[in-house]
Design a protein around this ligand. Structure first.
Ligand code: C2E
Ligand code: MG
Ligand code: MG
Length: 784
């Protein structure tokens, strides 16, 4: 740098170079001639003048002139030699300067004080897209800059003229119009007196660098913008979690903490993590370092403003060559919105819309989790009894209310930590962790049943609701949701079979009823593919044993299990509601068979058809009976409808209406299995049946038990007074028949006389003239 008073060596060199340049460009032969003439003149004058002044007359004029010429010549030679050696030094220096300029990899320019280019280096010309330096000789350097860049160039140039080094970065176009960025440094060139006589300008082409820088700046700006707006943090965390090498500005948005907070206290963020989530997060971080594998943790933080946010952090270990993890780099993002959406969907997907309880999927998930946790728990499978009947009779709206209130009753009856779910229909399930032992679960189930049956008083629908409960326990009855549920389901079914309104624990006993589930599954198919059939059992007049009637008894020829008796599947038909359709089928088949027998001559034969309680709930049976009687041309009094005591008990007023309607059709009514239920003699008055069928349990004891015989005698006597005929069922022994004859029982039925058989096996016995005659007397004599 120049201090302004003593120009440094390169400055002097450049001043000299400028002088040389000026001379070199403007002198030549003429200058040599003039200097020769001057030398010559000076030489002659210097020799001739002193001699001539001292001796003006002493020397002849010719001698004086010759002497002057000689001296002049000597002086000229001396002057010429001095001049020549100076010129060759200047040329060498000039060439060196030129070489220095041209070998420089910058755009070197020598400018005069007006900004004109005296010289541009060859490489500089190339950078300026000029064919040769000469192209730019004399060009106005200042005019290359435009706009703000021109102001910067001017300022730098003024500075350098004032003797100060200057520099600036600006854009100017090359001679071909290509825009280029230049880093220009300007240095003043001074003469020996310190005056600025020229300017050296060195410009580096920084176009690539500037563009890169611009791109980088744009990227940085974009990154900052993204960081500022997106709930995302990029970080590099030391492997011992002692410090953050780097954390992006997004931490302000995500954690509500500044990057500086992380630097000051690298565990600052941990203090925000909710208690339950901290341990798993730390465990995952340690695992990433220990196992040197990627990892991810999802956790909640409570920000300083009190808001709860969900975050997801993904970490990747960075290791040295030896495999030691040095740091975790990763990303933490705020996933609250996503999480809330998932939770909303989750709520929808795992909630039963009718009751607001958990649904089946939620229950399965909960069981799975509890199994994984390994702590014992109980699973109760709660199924309402005869819900199908209620659903059909109450209507769907009332049934929905019923289910909702059942959900509430279950909730209230069980400990508050119980997980209550509705599986669909009338099925509920409950998980109980706080009372996992058998005795405790039994007590809870008992009180739940009591609460449910009491609850009808509070319900507007006023329906008497009971339930059956199956209970399985983890791990005793299974270690996965499927097994535990099916064990509880089987136990529930066993409870239903045991008489409903009760509970049953899973186990071998309950497992035996699993077959019933299969049957239930196969039922819909059974009706469409004609798997049901009827067997018929004859009813006899005791004295002559003439056939007076037949009872139609349904059978199911199951494709894999063979012939199944009605006791096995009738309860399932009732429970599932299929009994209505199957009942119609039985009626049709029985009356069509009776019509066939009547055509064969048995015109007085009476057909008994069993009807379930479920069928008495509405008047469908009345319409179907009327239709079938017409369809098969059977007199109404030759059809007897058998109803069990239990069927009459259920919804007695509804049953009474249906029975009255049937009676109006002229159809006979029989009370079946008399003696097994409440055996209320009131039924005899209320329902005024034509027939009463004494249950086979009485018949089996009649021969050995005097009391039973007395009861039977009493029933027969009472019935006779009421005009009711009595049939004794289950007559298996001659002894029993003899007693029944003795006590004047009206009719007998039992294996002793005939087993239930397919219709073709009975055709001969039935179509005999004797039977038909006697039968006529049975059906008519009763209509008194
Ligand atoms: P139920 O109406 O009391 O029918 C008499 C049952 O006693 C029949 O059993 C019959 O096979 C059986 N039985 C007859 N004589 C004897 C005997 O001497 N000893 C013994 N041990 N049993 C005898 P089944 O066919 O198994 O029917 C059982 C019950 O199923 C019937 O009792 C009836 O309540 C019901 N049922 C049968 N068919 C139908 C039907 O089509 N509809 C409805 N709703 N129920 C039916
Ligand atoms: Mg019967
Ligand atoms: Mg019976």
């Amino acid at each position: 740098m120049s201090d302004g008073t003593t120009p440094p060596q390169n400055q002097l060199f450049l001043s000299y170079f400028v002088g040389w340049h000026a001379r070199y460009q403007g002198t030549g032969a003429a200058e040599t001639l003039i200097s020769a003439a001057a030398a010559f003149g000076a030489g002659a004058l210097s020799l001739y003048a002193p001699v001539w002044s001292m001796f003006p007359e002493s020397l002849p004029r010719s001698v004086s002139l010759a002497s002057a010429i000689a001296v002049g010549t000597v002086v000229f030679i001396a002057a010429y030699r001095t001049q020549a050696s100076k010129r060759s030094r200047q040329m060498a220096t000039g060439k060196l300067a030129s070489a220095l300029l041209d070998t420089n990899r910058e755009c070197m320019k020598l400018l005069d004080v007006n900004g004109r280019m005296l010289r541009i280096s060859e490489y500089g010309a190339t950078l300026m897209d000029a064919p040769s330096p000469l192209e730019l000789a004399g060009a106005d350097w200042l005019s290359f800059w435009k706009g703000a860049d021109s102001v910067a160039a001017r300022a730098a140039f003024d500075d350098v003229l004032a003797g100060r080094d200057a520099s600036f970065r600006a854009l100017c176009h090359t001679t071909t119009g290509r825009p280029k960025w230049w880093d220009s440094r300007l240095t003043p060139v001074r003469d020996s007196g310190g005056k600025v006589v020229a300017v050296v300008c060195a410009s580096s082409d920084v176009t690539d660098e500037t563009e890169l820088l611009t791109q980088l700046q744009a990227k940085n700006a974009l990154m900052s913008e993204m960081e500022a707006h997106m709930p995302i943090v990029f970080y590099s965390y030391s492997a011992n979690f002692d410090y953050f090498h780097y954390i992006t500005a997004g931490c302000t948005k995500v954690f509500g903490l500044e990057p500086a907070d992380f630097v000051k206290d690298p565990s600052a963020w941990m203090k925000l993590v909710v208690d339950d989530d901290l341990e798993p997060v730390l465990a995952e971080m340690n695992r990433i370092v220990r196992e040197s594998t990627d990892g991810r943790a999802q956790y909640r933080i409570r920000k300083a403003d009190g808001s709860l946010r969900w975050l997801r952090s993904t970490g990747y270990p960075v290791s040295d060559e030896s495999g030691r993890v040095l740091r975790i780099v990763g990303i933490t993002e705020d996933i609250t919105a996503e999480q809330e959406r998932i939770m909303a969907l989750d709520r929808l997907a795992y909630t039963d819309s009718l009751t607001g309880l958990a649904n089946r999927a939620a229950l399965l998930r909960e069981i799975e989790e509890r199994c994984t946790a390994g702590k014992p728990f109980g699973l109760m499978f709660v199924d309402l009894d005869r819900f199908k009947v209620l659903n059909d009779t109450l209507g769907h709206v009332a049934a929905d209310h019923l289910l909702q209130s059942v959900g509430c009753v279950i909730r209230k009856a069980l400990p508050c930590d119980a997980f209550v779910a509705r599986l669909g229909g009338d099925e509920f399930a409950v998980l109980i962790g706080s009372v996992p032992d058998k005795a405790g679960l039994g007590r809870l189930a008992g009180s739940l049943l009591a609460d449910l049956s009491r609850s009808h008083l509070e319900q507007r629908v006023g329906v008497f609701t009971t339930a059956s409960i199956g209970i399985s326990q983890f791990p005793d009855h299974g270690a996965n949701p499927e097994t535990l549920l099916s064990s509880a389901d089987v136990a529930m079914y066993a409870a239903k079979k045991a008489g409903r309104n009760s509970f049953q624990f899973a186990g071998k006993e309950a497992a035996a009823t699993i077959d019933d589930f299969e049957l239930e599954r196969d039922l819909p198919e059974a009706l469409v593919s004609s798997q049901f059939l009827l067997h018929f059992q004859t009813i006899h007049e005791p004295a002559t044993l003439a056939v007076c009637g037949v009872e139609a008894l349904i059978r199911w020829r199951h494709p894999t299990r063979g012939l199944i008796p009605p006791g096995v599947f009738i309860p399932i038909l009732e429970e599932t509601g299929f009994i209505a359709d199957v009942g119609v089928w039985v009626l049709d088949s029985a009356l069509s068979q009776l019509a066939a027998w009547r055509r064969a001559g048995a015109t007085g034969l009476c057909m008994s058809v069993n009807v379930s309680a479920r069928q008495l709930a509405d008047d469908v049976i009345v319409r179907e009976v009327e239709r079938a009687l017409k369809q098969y041309g059977v007199p109404a009094d030759q059809l007897e409808i058998e109803l069990t005591e239990t069927a009459l008990m259920q919804n007695a007023s509804e049953a009474q209406k249906t029975i009255n309607a049937l009676k109006r059709l002229g159809v006979r009514i029989a009370i079946d299995d008399f003696g097994t239920g409440y055996s209320s003699l009131m039924y005899l008055a209320d329902f005024a049946p034509e027939t009463l069928k004494i249950d086979r349990h009485f018949t089996s004891k009649i021969a050995h038990d005097a009391a039973t015989q007395t009861i039977v005698e009493g029933i027969i006597g009472l019935s006779r007074k009421l005009g009711i005929k009595v049939v004794a069922e289950g007559v298996e022994a001659q002894e029993q028949l003899d007693i029944l004859r003795q006590v004047q029982c009206d009719y007998v039925q039992g294996y002793l006389l005939s087993r239930p058989q397919p219709p073709e096996a009975l055709t001969d016995a039935i179509s005999s003239g004797e039977a038909s005659e006697r039968e006529t007397s049975r059906s008519t004599s009763n209509v008194s």
